[in-house]
Design a protein around this ligand. Structure first.
Ligand SMILES: *[C@@H]1O[C@H](CO)[C@@H](O)[C@H](O)[C@H]1NC(C)=O
Ligand SMILES: *[C@@H]1O[C@H](CO)[C@@H](O)[C@H](O)[C@H]1NC(C)=O
Ligand SMILES: *[C@@H]1O[C@H](CO)[C@@H](O)[C@H](O)[C@H]1NC(C)=O
Ligand SMILES: *[C@@H]1O[C@H](CO)[C@@H](O)[C@H](O)[C@H]1NC(C)=O
Ligand SMILES: *[C@@H]1O[C@H](CO)[C@@H](O)[C@H](O)[C@H]1NC(C)=O
Ligand SMILES: *[C@@H]1O[C@H](CO)[C@@H](O)[C@H](O)[C@H]1NC(C)=O
Ligand SMILES: *[C@@H]1O[C@H](CO)[C@@H](O)[C@H](O)[C@H]1NC(C)=O
Ligand SMILES: *[C@@H]1O[C@H](CO)[C@@H](O)[C@H](O)[C@H]1NC(C)=O
Ligand SMILES: *[C@@H]1O[C@H](CO)[C@@H](O)[C@H](O)[C@H]1NC(C)=O
Ligand SMILES: *[C@@H]1O[C@H](CO)[C@@H](O)[C@H](O)[C@H]1NC(C)=O
Ligand SMILES: *[C@@H]1O[C@H](CO)[C@@H](O)[C@H](O)[C@H]1NC(C)=O
Ligand SMILES: *[C@@H]1O[C@H](CO)[C@@H](O)[C@H](O)[C@H]1NC(C)=O
Length: 454
């Protein structure tokens, strides 16, 4: 569209100047040289005398039959072929030129009118994008949400078209604005990440079609308002702790820093002090470096963006399996032992073991193991007297191994007169077990862990 406008202007210009005789237009560039051809000179036969007229007045002439070299001054010269060469073009050289190539008997006269137009530029291109900060590689960056102004100027004679063109990282280039006036200023309000890309100001001389451009790479920097996400889990059979921190949606890549929160570790160096320029940072810690209540903190920041650092943290918790420590059941019936493990961080691996020797319970016809949320169940089928004894709900995470001991008492079925009464008494016994057992366990745990819980 811009192009056709230039063309229209050019045509209008030409027809305005020309008087009907003009057959050719030549555009020269200020300071350069141009050669105007003299058509119709016979290449064989009689050599003629060539005269060049500018706006009807003789500017240069040459007798091509004479051995003498080109005549005229340095500015105008007529070549052996009769063409007029103008060097060091000046604006004043614009005009209608005609070549008068009369042969001696005036029969082969040919005349051509040539309009010479002088163009200059584009030159002195200058662009300014603000408010921005210059990076060492020459790119500019701006904070997301800023209002950015783009200013461009250039010099061109007789006229020019200036345009601002945007080429995004993934998109095709698009014309933002264009004008025939300099400077050309545009602004983008509330700049967004998809405005990151290359901004070029292009100037085209409307007469010579010569173009010049200046491109600037503009980065849009931002950081999320959210906090980073922290999570932990046990790896290598709880020998190690894996800590993961991620913070996406930052440009440029943020700095993530995992550290052990000062405090409990006193004067020893922190076990964790790792920084990296990344969106997600994973670190592994050895079991021997961990304790209950220890807090690991992930700090995320983008120091190119004026916003505060964001944090997330993980406070390690020992496992703490809870449940009835005393369970009584009747021979021949089925019983389900349960244990709840919901305090461990990272989540514990909870298993059932039996007897003082702590044999791992193998699921099968005798034992059914199930898990519902934080509750772990062990169902023992068709109880016999041999099933009596201690069972252990064992929870392990990289911080600690904790066990809940459940003592199962199996009553002989003959002891009870009727099933209903027996079940009632059994329930009563279990109820007492809950009250007594839980508190006994809690007391024991407190003694074991000292001041570890808090
Ligand atoms: C000059 O050349 C043209 C064709 O190039 C020819 O027609 C003409 O007869 C020639 N004239 C002379 C005088 O040789
Ligand atoms: C051109 O030069 C030739 C040879 O020098 C000469 O015979 C002729 O008269 C000259 N013509 C003019 C118009 O000066
Ligand atoms: C060629 O130039 C001479 C000298 O200016 C002039 O007398 C003559 O009329 C011109 N011929 C034509 C066809 O313009
Ligand atoms: C000059 O012109 C006449 C006709 O006007 C022509 O007969 C003659 O051959 C021409 N002379 C030359 C030397 O071309
Ligand atoms: C754009 O640049 C021109 C020329 O340098 C200047 O006069 C004008 O004030 C600038 N505009 C803005 C908005 O900076
Ligand atoms: C980019 O241009 C190409 C061809 O010019 C076209 O096929 C493609 O759809 C364009 N893509 C976008 C995102 O405009
Ligand atoms: C400039 O471009 C236009 C359109 O493409 C063309 O018509 C014109 O001749 C060109 N001018 C020059 C000096 O090349
Ligand atoms: C821990 O497990 C990872 C893979 O999960 C393995 O690369 C690494 O060697 C293991 N470390 C130890 C000490 O077992
Ligand atoms: C963490 O490491 C950095 C360098 O790696 C060090 O400058 C800093 O003092 C360390 N922080 C602590 C608390 O040791
Ligand atoms: C854990 O760290 C201790 C001391 O730093 C080291 O002796 C031990 O080998 C490490 N264990 C593993 C499994 O990496
Ligand atoms: C864990 O489970 C126990 C019993 O179900 C409940 O009282 C306690 O509030 C739970 N704790 C958490 C942190 O969910
Ligand atoms: C329960 O076990 C006893 C003795 O081991 C056996 O006789 C009885 O058939 C079993 N009952 C069921 C329902 O499996």
């Amino acid at each position: 569209m811009e192009r056709s406008m230039h063309l229209l202007l050019l045509v209008a210009h030409l027809t305005g100047v020309a008087t009907g005789q003009t057959s050719e237009t030549i555009v020269g560039t200020l300071g350069d040289s141009v050669s105007l051809p003299c058509h119709g000179i016979p290449s064989n036969g009689t050599r003629s005398v060539v005269r060049w007229l500018k706006d009807g007045k003789i500017a240069a002439s040459r007798n091509l039959s004479s051995m003498a070299g080109p005549t005229g001054n340095v500015h105008f010269s007529v070549s052996d072929q009769g063409s007029l060469t103008i060097s060091g073009l000046l604006l004043s050289d614009q005009g209608i030129y005609s070549c008068n190539d009369s042969v001696p008997n005036h029969t082969a006269e040919k005349q051509t009118d040539i309009q010479l137009l002088i163009a200059n530029g584009p030159s002195n291109m200058w662009t300014d994008i603000k408010p921005t900060v210059l990076l060492p590689n020459g790119a500019l960056f701006v904070q997301k949400g800023s209002d950015v102004s783009f200013n461009c100027s250039s010099e061109s004679y007789p006229s020019q078209a200036l345009s601002w063109v945007f080429q995004g990282d993934t998109s095709n280039s698009s014309l933002l604005s264009s004008s025939d006036r300099s400077p050309l200023e545009i602004s983008l309000l509330n700049i967004q990440p998809n405005h990151q890309g290359t901004y070029s100001c292009i100037s085209q001389n409307m007469l010579s079609n010569r173009t010049a451009s200046k491109s600037t790479s503009l980065l849009v920097y931002y950081a999320p308002d959210r906090h980073p996400e922290c999570f932990s889990h046990a790896i290598n059979d709880s020998l190690h702790l894996l800590l993961h921190c991620s913070w996406s949606g930052s440009n440029p890549l943020p700095m993530l820093h995992w550290e052990e929160e000062p405090g409990a570790h006193g004067t020893r160096p922190p076990v964790l002090n790792v920084s990296m320029t990344t969106e997600s940072l994973e670190v592994t810690l050895n079991r021997s470096q961990l304790y209950n209540g220890q807090t690991m903190r992930c700090k995320a920041y983008n120091n190119m963006v004026k916003s505060e650092a964001k944090f997330c943290s993980i406070t390690l918790q020992s496992p703490f399996p809870q449940g009835n420590p005393l369970v009584t059941a009747v021979e021949g019936s089925d019983i389900t032992l349960t244990c709840t493990e919901n305090s461990s961080l990272p989540p514990a691996k909870t298993t059932w073991r039996r007897k003082i020797s702590q044999e791992e319970v193998v699921p099968g016809a005798k034992y059914v193991i199930s898990e519902l949320g934080p509750t772990f169940s062990l169902k023992i089928i068709n109880l016999t007297k041999e099933d009596e004894g201690p069972y252990f709900c064992r929870s392990e995470n990289p911080v600690l191994v904790q066990e809940l001991e459940v003592f199962l008492t199996v009553k002989s079925s003959q002891t009870y007169a009727g099933g209903v009464v027996g079940a009632f008494i059994a329930a009563l016994i279990i109820g007492i077990g809950i009250a007594v057992g839980t508190s006994a366990y809690r007391n024991r745990d407190r003694i074991c862990l000292g001041s570890g819980f808090g």
